[in-house]
Design a protein around this ligand. Structure first.
Ligand code: NAP
Length: 312
């Protein structure tokens, strides 16, 4: 009887690697766990988890011998870690291996929004460049003031990149960090008021829900650009949509949304928003590294060795 259950939609390559390593049982979503027969569920000690739908205490209770949930991704807000703690279940994630890709995307989205690359591309593709002449002038990005909301692993990579764009770096974290002269703000509204671009790299979950509040958005203002690569939950999305529609916020570049992929249709109508389909870590190289780290954690667990990247 297999000891490993894989929950989620895995690529063919990752699925093959999981089969070779653990010969797991596969289900598409956590909601299908209860449908497995009792003997199969009773034998499961480790789960390879991929996805953003909730992995809650009820799913854990359906797997009475469960000792590990190995998450595919650094953000584990879908997993009820308190419920896992209460049941003695360890959780692991895949930090660091994705920092570069997510930071690259954040910087790319900022450039795309500020330099209007989507609209400029449409101008060229539609023949307007030939018929009407050069594309309208837009805004300089280099040399501006950037505010990082959450100077963690990814936030720091974003800050390093923006420093190379000759930007003044400001940041919010719960305590001041060792930095090359960047300005710490204890209050996110004060941070937003001090910068041109606000880049959100917080963890998701209940504690950071709507951390980028209506007040933060207001302080960023009509010339400000908000970039979010964290989770849709970290931004007050209704306030964001209102401010973008009213021109009280200059623009936004978003990789993450509430209810994704079924995002609020108001976003589609906004010309001042760059939309990305939650693809921050979505490169062949990084996804392979994430899947490898997930498997390494499961292998360590089954071998009785120390977990590589524990969360709890
Ligand atoms: P990290 O190193 O743990 O950094 C998280 C940041 O969140 C830290 O700056 C931390 O603040 C802050 N934070 C945590 N709890 C907080 C709270 N209660 N109140 C205020 N701030 C809080 O995580 P990471 O590896 O950089 O990843 C960050 C997030 O990016 C992930 O959790 C995930 O949601 C998201 N992500 C998105 C993609 C994508 O495809 N778009 C890909 C990967 C990750 P301190 O500095 O004060 O500790």
């Amino acid at each position: 009887m297999t000891k490993t259950l894989a929950i989620g939609t895995f690529t063919d390559t990752d699925r093959t690697a999981l089969v070779e390593a653990f010969d797991p049982v596969f289900v598409a979503a956590a909601g299908e766990v209860a449908d497995l027969d009792a003997a199969t569920r009773d034998a499961i000690t480790a789960v390879a988890f991929k996805g953003h739908a909730a992995f809650d205490g009820a799913v854990m209770d359906a797997l009475p011998a469960l000792g590990l949930i190995a998450n595919y991704g650094v953000g584990y807000d879908a997993i009820d870690v308190a419920a896992a703690d209460a049941r003695g279940i360890k959780v692991t994630n895949t930090p660091d291996v994705l920092n570069d890709d997510v930071a690259d995307l954040a910087v790319g989205m900022l450039l795309m929004q500020g330099r209007e690359m989507e609209h400029a591309s449409a101008w060229a593709r539609s023949g307007q460049w030939k018929d009407k002449g050069e594309y309208r002038l837009n805004r300089k990005i280099s040399g501006g003031r950037a505010g990082i909301v959450g100077l963690g692993r990814i936030g720091r990579e974003i800050a390093d990149r923006l420093a190379a764009f000759k930007m003044e770096i400001h940041y919010f974290s719960r305590s001041a960090k060792d930095t090359p002269g960047w300005t710490h703000h204890a209050d996110p509204v004060a941070l937003a008021g001090a910068v041109d671009y606000l880049i959100v790299s917080l963890v998701g979950g209940a504690e950071t829900e709507k951390f980028v509040s209506a007040g933060v958005i207001e302080a960023l203002g009509p010339d400000g650009i908000l970039v979010n690569i964290s989770r849709g939950s970290t931004v007050d999305e209704a306030a964001l949509l209102d401010a973008l529609e009213d021109g009280r916020l200059g623009g936004a570049a978003l990789d993450v949304f509430l209810g994704e992929p079924d995002i609020d249709p108001r976003f589609h109508a906004l010309p001042n928003v760059v939309i990305q389909p939650h693809q921050g870590s979505g490169t062949h190289q990084t996804r392979a590294a994430m899947a490898g780290l997930q498997r390494d954690n499961i292998a360590a667990f089954h071998a009785g060795d120390a977990l590589l990247t524990p969360v709890n």
